[in-house]
Design a protein around this ligand. Sequence first.
Ligand SMILES: [Zn+2]
Length: 243
Amino acid sequence: MKLDVLAIGAHPDDVELGMGGFLLHMKALGYTTGIVDLTRGEMGSRGTPEIRAKEAEAAGRLLGVSVRKNLDLGDGHLELNLANRHALAYALRELKPTFIVGPYFNDKHPDHAAAGAIMKAASYDARMAKLELGLGLPPHSCRMLLHYPCHIYVTPSLVVDITPYLEQKMAAVRAYKSQFGESNADYDSDYVHIGITDYILHIKSRCGHFGSLIGVSYGEGFFCQDPLRVHDPYYLLKGVLKN
Ligand SMILES: [Zn+2]
């Protein structure tokens, strides 16, 4: 297994919400993609871990990923510690991704913030030659780290046009029927999502906002902590020109 892109989420559904379009786009360009969820979402107000696992499998199929793993590191108390870093570092050595993309490390939800921090630390751990993580897997260096915002806005370093993939992304989100009903009528009458009752509308609106920043209908924004190294600045135009 050698992935081009690995998407990381704190809970099953984070990846679909934050970067489902990115994965669909990369797959369409011919890159191999995969997902690692750090927890089973067992603390979610709705559904069960078993239901979430089935939904995650269906959503992964809709996104066309080659592999989806769950590290089961504990929903609701995900934290940056050595055991969690090493669990993800092991997965990085196993899947050998070039790109890794995970939640923004200053997110409001503590699990999302922890997932972003674990990802940054694990990418270092995975490449340490003298760190033995089991089964003799060789060190692995990820070449690029990006972060997607979840419950907080962050000015993106780059925006990917996902206009052709919006409906496929939303289908993958809706695969989590236990989390996102088909309409507001499916929600318990006293259940209110954080800040908005129609989460599907919320997600589409956010994609619309990111799209507006680059002059397209829908986009997904990503934050890159490090400056991007560019050899030929003219190459940046290729993203604009598509060729
Ligand atoms: Zn989440």
